[in-house]
Ligand binder design. Sequence first.
Ligand code: GTR
Length: 409
Amino acid sequence: MDYRYGCVKGLVFAAAVACGVCASAAKKKAPPVPSGVPELMKTSGGRTVATVDEWEKIRRPEILKCFEENEFGIRPDSVADGRDVSFTVVSEKEVLGGRAVCKLVKAVYAGPYGKHGWQFSFVAPKGARNVPVFLLMDVGRGDGLSATDDFSQERWPAGDIVARGFATVYVFKEALAPDDKSARCVKGIFSAAESPGSRNGKSWATISAWAWGNSRIIDWLGKQPEADASRIAVVGHSRGGKTALWTGATDPRVALVCSVQSGCAGAKLNHIALPRSEHIEAITRNFPHWFCGDYRAKYAGKEFSMPFDQHWLAALIAPRLLVISSATEDVWAGPRGEWWTARLASPAWELYGRKGLVAESFPRADSPQQDGSVAYHVRTGRHSLVRYDWARYMDFAEKHGWKGMPPRD
Ligand code: GTR
């Protein structure tokens, strides 16, 4: 045997072994926490939060107020609760080959400046009693009814949801408030709730209005025998994902939040350098109507010096269930920043003796991390909501004891 060849081979082998060792060590080593991330578990007065009581009485209210005043805006008293909303079932029909019933419901808000109505669809397995509900606020057709015509969409696979014994709601977000920057928060629900002259830099904006709409549907669900009011999941993609997070933060009746590629101003951490992801200057320039005016005025271009960050928003959902999910090609939403939010929010769950996100490093594609009360997955593919995502949300709910209606023979 050629001596030199033996040597080279030995070296190559040794290098390969060393690399393998390095790779597996690197795999095991948790990545360093992005620097400068504002502390979650310290009150504004500098006190460390160590108990549920301190969290619920001091820190959680502080954080909620921070997001109201600086990102989503403060709702006017005229929409403080659901008192002024009435509901009518407009139609009821069997769908999915008789396996489910679809009700089309009209909600009307009667506010100090007028009325505003919108519709949503509720689909439950036929004969269902007390089953968990997955509520999706999403894009759709202008009249908001297109979803009732098609139960096998990737975005809203009502047939799959019913097949697992769960009920589901679809609502078209623009039926509540237009997604239009030129409308400047004066149309839709805004026109009935407040006078345009009363708005200021801290006034509620479109995401807050959409989240309010989700809460009104939850009011209605609470009175339906088909629905288990203690098991309501709110799902939303992208701008809908930001809305789902804010719904869960403001409404304790939401038992599971599924934030799908919510990105900047949603689940993506700001204190992380992801140069090709969306940032506050861009989002508030392109979509100023989603946020209160102060968000842009105070934080555009200042991500790294912000006194708060999005893991605080996620922590408002503790101790309830949360899934944050991303897609590999959705660089704009910043998957790693979304993962970090799940990770850094987790101490809020630990206060309640639960585990948040258990995993210590960013996962491979299509390998969901679902061991604690906070789950994360990054799906192969683009910016969208698809069946794969829905299946993971339902797996996670089932892991936590959510049971659908058993299949009928
Ligand atoms: C993007 C936007 C995101 C996100 C998304 C969507 O273009 O920059 O913040 O909300 O749209 O809603 O699809």
